[in-house]
Design a protein around this ligand. Structure first.
Ligand code: LLP
Length: 425
């Protein structure tokens, strides 16, 4: 993938369409998605992992158009709810190319997965084994993976680290619960154990943790072979590939990741006397994130003793990430060139709390004023998918841009939409 963001070269346009035009036509706030960039990133993954299944992690961003793009580019899909699964399958995505995750799958998640014929279900806890087996119809067999915890600390923030034993996901290799669960699954005639899964965390920018994970998982494959005489054919290494949110911030080098994982996997398997399993990876952010820009209109500029607050028409309901993880973004003035020197400002949202800050101490032209447009790059992943209904402002629309043309993918949530769900007294 390109290391630059869509706004790095040009503050005026995405995909050949001026952002001012998009703001006038679709209103603000809005998420703008560069379709070519999404497709380009999918292709870069297929080049980096030619022998693997690349499964797009739907939680990063999902809508019907995205389902089409990912399918057309030849990727599979990782989903974690009946909602994501239904949207994908009813849009025409092949269910056998979908993997279902979740540390607490609801009865509806499992029923939907079995009814739609999902390709793999990833078992996350011992208690799930019997529950899933009981839901599989007589005579059928469901392919499953077991999510294991390799004991590796990696990831951009404590809230998105999942490779260590002290969090809610997966079954620990270290304390023996992974092997115990594997034995149980092998004893279930309605479940077909095809491999292991792990996900280390998110926003990882170095290759090393993935190589450690390969070694530990191959070690576990060897023990399974030893104890049960079973050779598992699949290894899913999850996602978590980091992107830069500000110019100059490191991103994980996907081509390098692919090459190094392949070498490590081949070497570790040879040393263990095992055949090389089929690899899967599950990138979400690295495909959708850099392809998106969040577009806002400035509503007020306020000078206090020590700060300049630039308030925009969105905020923590369309981007909770600064408040949740302390992520730092690089907002930019869009649509007009300013000769004014940059000055440090704090970009805040419209919501009724002081923590509604999109970016603190970022440079914007000193003449920034109400009516200006602000773009926040790298807004394609975990923005709309994490948007909330706070203050009943309605979630922003998603606009796709390609070849100089813009089209609406997801319309703005209207006040009528919101009120319709409230059935009254
Ligand atoms: N596979 C599994 C099993 C996952 O749990 C996740 C993300 C992924 C793949 C994709 O990870 P990615 O490549 O997108 O990093 N809301 C947080 C991120 C949470 C990620 C949860 N799981 C954020 O905004 O940073």
């Amino acid at each position: 993938p390109r290391s630059t963001t869509p706004l790095a070269h040009d503050d005026l346009a995405v995909g050949g369409v001026p952002l001012t035009e998009l703001a006038d036509r679709f209103g603000t706030p809005a998420y703008v998605l560069d379709e070519d960039e999404v497709r380009h990133r999918c292709r870069a993954y297929l080049r980096a992992f030619p022998e693997a299944d690349v499964l797009y992690a739907a939680k990063a961003f999902l809508c019907r158009a995205m389902v089409h793009w990912v399918q057309e580019e030849g990727l599979g899909l990782d989903v974690c709810s009946a909602g994501e699964l239904e949207l994908a399958v009813t849009t025409g995505f092949a269910p056998e190319r979908i993997v279902l995750h979740g540390n607490a799958k609801s009865p509806d998640d499992l029923r939907t997965a079995l009814r739609l014929g999902v390709g793999r279900i990833v078992i996350d806890s011992t208690s799930e084994i019997a529950r899933l087996a009981a839901a599989v119809p007589a005579g059928a067999r469901q392919k499953v993976l077991i999510r294991v915890v390799p004991g590796i600390a990696a990831g951009g923030h404590a809230k998105i680290r999942t490779g260590t034993d002290d969090q809610k996901f997966g079954l620990s290799i270290a304390d023996g619960s992974a092997l115990h669960a594997i034995t149980r699954v092998l004893g279930q005639p309605r479940l077909e154990l095809v491999g292991l899964h792990c996900h280390l965390g998110s926003q990882i920018t170095t290759v090393k943790p993935y190589l450690s994970a390969v070694r530990r998982l191959v070690g576990l494959l060897a023990r399974i072979h030893e104890q049960h005489g079973v050779t598992l054919p699949e290894l899913d290494l999850g996602g978590g590939h980091g992107v830069g949110y500000r110019p100059g911030e490191p991103a994980l080098d996907i081509a390098c990741l692919g090459t190094r994982i392949r070498a490590e996997l081949t070497g570790s398997c040879a040393a263990a006397g095992l055949p090389v399993p089929r690899l899967a990876v599950e990138p979400g952010r690295a495909i959708a994130g850099p392809a998106g820009v969040a577009l806002y209109r400035v509503l007020s500029v306020k000078q206090t003793g020590s700060h300049t607050f630039v308030a925009v028409d969105g905020g923590m309901s369309d981007n909770p990430r600064p408040a949740l993880y302390g992520v730092r973004y690089a907002p930019r003035l869009i649509g007009r060139r300013s000769a004014a020197a940059p000055e440090p400002v704090t970009v805040v949202g419209r919501h009724c709390e002081a923590g509604d800050v999109l970016a603190s101490d970022v440079p914007l032209p000193g003449d920034i004023r109400p009516g200006d447009l602000i773009g926040v790059p790298v807004a394609g992943a975990y923005h709309l998918s994490m948007a909330s209904g706070y203050n009943l402002v309605g979630r922003p629309p998603v606009v796709a841009v390609t070849d100089g043309q813009a089209r609406l993918l997801v319309r703005r949530e209207s006040l009528a939409d919101i009120q319709e769900r409230d059935i009254g007294l």
